[in-house]
Design a protein around this ligand. Structure first.
Ligand SMILES: Nc1ncnc2c1ncn2[C@@H]1O[C@H](COP(=O)(O)OP(=O)(O)OP(=O)(O)O)[C@@H](O)[C@H]1O
Ligand SMILES: [Mg+2]
Length: 331
């Protein structure tokens, strides 16, 4: 069997705060198979962005990657020098950051910004970099790329700017794209167009995508695998069709049950679907309960859940869930 393109193993990333050290990512493990889309979902603060930033080793003070392995194309990225890491970033692995407006520089044309990415990683002249920028704008479906290459970000619509972000991220044809909420700021019609584009490019360029989203509908439609995060940990993961058909963690089950009309892309309110709400709130990472982190919101909670810490246990070859009652959820 082909080895996974990326394997995150027992990743722990913490932040020093005034109230002590907070483990924002606490023992996260998952794989990204080659040429696949892995959807990462979880409520706000569950550690999705910190996981993605950790993969690229972009965690800054007061944060720190404490431990874990990030195996990519046969190497552990944790063992690379900062210089070697710079060669990986933007070239082999690239990222679309959660805040799109902060990622495009307002004072440079989009062509200059795409060209810059190419010039950092490849020995290209200005002219070649510009030609590549035009080619990329065309690839991401921006009309009149020869003219738009000289446009400034503010001259483009939100959807077009997001396409430019994708063009920048893919300019060096990376093997892995980390897309952190790439369409959240867009209205639903544009969101679907951008996601369709991402999926098409993922296939054509034979890359893998880690797609971070609040939207389970997006995962259902675009992802091959799902990773469900809760309070800094993976609580369930597996192939999308299997997890959606029979979730094995009460949190996943709750999310799916409260999801309105899955599969229909009609949104009456024209806004992206947010993660459906489950009663209660995510526990404070600084004051986690003993035992399962989901216990206070769980409808299946028993005494055992408040005593031992549940492990992420394998279910067959491809799935896992972190719940002592997981077996009872099997159909
Ligand atoms: N710079 C920081 N300083 C201190 N704590 C941080 C910092 N960045 C993140 N954290 C901690 O990490 C937790 C997880 O943050 P993260 O940004 O990964 O959440 P997320 O799942 O991406 O949420 P969202 O859906 O809102 O984007 C936060 O709740 C916070 O406790
Ligand atoms: Mg985030």
């Amino acid at each position: 069997m082909e080895p996974p393109l990326l394997e995150v193993r027992d990743l722990v990333t913490s932040f020093r705060t005034e109230e002590g050290v907070v483990r924002a990512v606490d023992g996260v493990s998952f794989q990204v198979p080659a040429r696949s889309i892995v959807g990462v979902v979880g409520e706000s603060g569950s550690g999705k962005s910190v996981t993605a930033l950790s993969i690229l080793r972009l965690i800054e003070e007061p944060g720190r990657i404490e431990s874990g392995a990030i195996l990519f194309e046969g190497r552990d990225l944790m063992g690379l020098s900062e210089r070697e890491m710079r060669d990986v970033r933007g070239d082999r692995i690239s990222m679309i950051f959660q805040e799109p407006m902060t990622s495009l520089n307002p004072v440079y044309t989009v062509g200059a910004q795409i060209g810059e990415v190419v010039r950092v990683h490849q020995d290209k002249s200005r002219k070649q970099a510009r030609a590549r920028a035009i080619q990329m704008l065309e690839l991401v479906g921006i009309p009149a790329p020869q003219e738009r290459v000289d446009a400034y970000p503010h001259e483009l619509s939100g959807g077009m700017r997001q396409r430019v972000m994708i063009a920048m991220a893919l300019a060096c044809t990376p093997k892995l794209l980390l897309a952190d909420e790439p369409t959240t700021a867009l209205d639903v019609t544009i969101q679907a167009q951008v996601l369709e584009l991402l999926k098409k490019l993922q296939r054509e360029l034979e890359m893998s995508v880690v797609l971070i989203t609040h939207d389970l509908g997006v995962v259902a439609e675009y992802a091959d695998h799902i990773v469900v995060m809760y309070a800094g940990q993976v609580v369930e993961r597996g192939p999308v069709d299997e997890v959606f058909a029979s979730p094995r963690h009460p949190y996943t089950r709750g999310l799916l049950r409260s999801l309105p009309s899955l599969g229909s892309s009609a949104h009456p309110d024209k806004r992206p679907r947010r993660l459906p709400s489950i009663e209660g709130i995510v526990p404070d990472l600084r004051a986690l309960p003993k035992g399962c982190r989901f216990q206070d919101r769980c409808e299946l909670v028993i005494d055992g859940c408040r005593e031992g810490t549940p492990v992420l246990a394998a279910i067959g070859d491809h799935r896992a869930a972190r719940c002592i009652r997981s077996k009872e959820l099997a159909p």
